[in-house]
Design a protein around this ligand. Structure first.
Ligand code: SF4
Length: 418
């Protein structure tokens, strides 16, 4: 698996040079001229820890969370003050976690700090646990400017809730609450490829979501990270492919539009995704920042995060300085997640023609039936979407699993080579 991802990396970057993340960072981040910049804020607190969850989180404690938010606001000011009075237009702001809705009363304060430096043009997204879907919490979020919400359902069915260590969810209660406070996008997240999960199980979840307040869904594959406590067995490739194909056909047949590999929405629905931004600034522990020439990731330790910011320094744990080809591959990988790559956008971003850089690979991908091209836009076929999904699983286990596994143990490691 690691060999496959390493060989692919060498081929596509035309280099033996690995991705080397070093323990160094820029105190001033070069984001001022970045186009299509998004913002991400990480809130690492949860009321309970789910056994399958790989994200950076810790049990909620009011004192710790207040200290963390104070530090988070310091980080926003440190980064934002670099704009020297000029506000920068950004696409969206995304609150992920953890369970950001646990700090609903302070979301407005965080948004206000960001709006001192940034003009948010495409709305504010926030993730919720189903327990957070209450009228008072949704009112607080709406008042803070949140326009899109995503509810981590995972599955409506008791048998899977039990496997995942979750409580039963009442779709009727959710729907009643969602009817009272409206958001532009209400997305519901599910997990597929759970043990013995059938298409009928998934179809039932999708139907319940769209009939109970969602206008968008995300159906993510179950990934068995090595550092989680999950004992859920992994589904075989053939069954997984059949499930993904069936759920894709079903959603498209229902008239839902696919806006990324695993997400579908009602037509005209504002999309919901944290993964497809050309550049982004991340705030909070474990948050990543992706810019024209670098990728950096903050420390995973809440304590170390607060301590570093108390010294007036950014809480960066590691920085990767891209070679031009490494940046292109990173761009293509995450743009492909939206199921389409536009040659004009690529040329605009890199000042190089996509055909000159990756003409052979695109030709091969068309020959294998992974993509089709029309007017300079390369769209993924159903087969291509499955293989993207399949490769993404390798990438996650070879790169993200290794990096997050180390960062969970060490606040500031010397370096990580991937
Ligand atoms: S799945 Fe959600 S609620 Fe559960 S531990 Fe992860 S972030 Fe927290």
């Amino acid at each position: 698996m690691t060999l496959l991802t390493s060989l692919t990396r060498m081929w596509l970057t035309r280099s033996f040079r690995p991705f080397t993340f070093k323990s160094e960072f820029d105190q001033e981040l070069p984001y001022q001229n970045c186009k299509h910049l998004g913002l991400y804020v990480h809130i690492p607190f949860c009321k309970q820890i789910c056994n399958f969850c790989p994200y950076c989180k810790t049990l909620y404690d009011k004192g710790l969370s207040d200290r963390y938010i104070d530090a988070l606001i310091c980080e926003i000011h440190l980064v934002g003050q670099q704009m020297a009075g000029n506000k920068k237009a950004v696409t969206s702001l995304y609150f992920g976690g953890g369970t950001p809705a646990l700090i609903a009363p302070r979301i407005k304060e965080i948004v206000a700090a960001l709006e001192e430096y940034f003009i948010i043009t495409e709305g504010i997204d926030l993730e919720l646990h189903p327990e957070n879907v209450t009228v008072p919490t949704l009112c607080q979020l709406k008042d803070a400017g949140i326009t899109k919400i995503s509810i981590g359902i995972q599955s409506f069915q008791d048998k899977y809730q039990r496997i995942l260590g979750r409580q039963t969810i009442s779709p009727a209660d959710l729907s009643e609450t969602l009817n009272q406070i409206k958001f532009t996008t209400v997305s519901m997240d599910f997990i597929f490829a759970l043990p013995k999960q059938t298409f009928d199980d998934l179809k039932a979840d999708i139907d319940l979501a769209f009939s109970h307040g969602a206008n968008h869904i995300a159906v993510y594959p179950f990934i068995d990270f090595t550092f989680t406590n999950s004992d859920v067995p992994v589904m075989d490739k053939k069954t997984k492919r059949q499930l993904l194909d069936d759920l894709t056909d079903y959603c498209l047949g229902q008239g839902y539009e696919r806006d990324s590999i695993w997400t579908f929405g009602l037509p005209q629905t504002a999309g919901y995704s944290s993964m497809t931004r050309d550049n982004f600034l991340g705030f909070g522990c474990s948050a990543a920042t992706l810019l024209r020439d670098q990728f950096k990731i903050n420390t995973f330790s809440v304590e170390a995060y607060c301590e570093r910011l108390a010294t007036g320094q950014l809480p960066t744990s590691l920085t990767l300085r891209f070679t031009p080809r490494q940046r292109m591959i990173y761009y293509l990988f995450w743009t492909a997640y939206s199921t389409a790559i536009d040659a004009i956008d690529f040329a605009d971003f890199f000042g190089e023609s996509l055909d000159d850089m990756y003409g052979l690979e695109l030709w091969l991908a068309q020959r294998f039936g992974f993509i089709v091209e029309k007017d300079g836009v390369f769209r993924m076929t159903k087969k291509g979407a499955f293989y993207y999904h399949y490769y993404e699983n390798f990438y996650t286990l070879a790169y993200i699993d290794k990096m997050w596994g180390i960062l969970r143990k060490e606040a500031f490691p010397d370096q990580i080579i991937l």
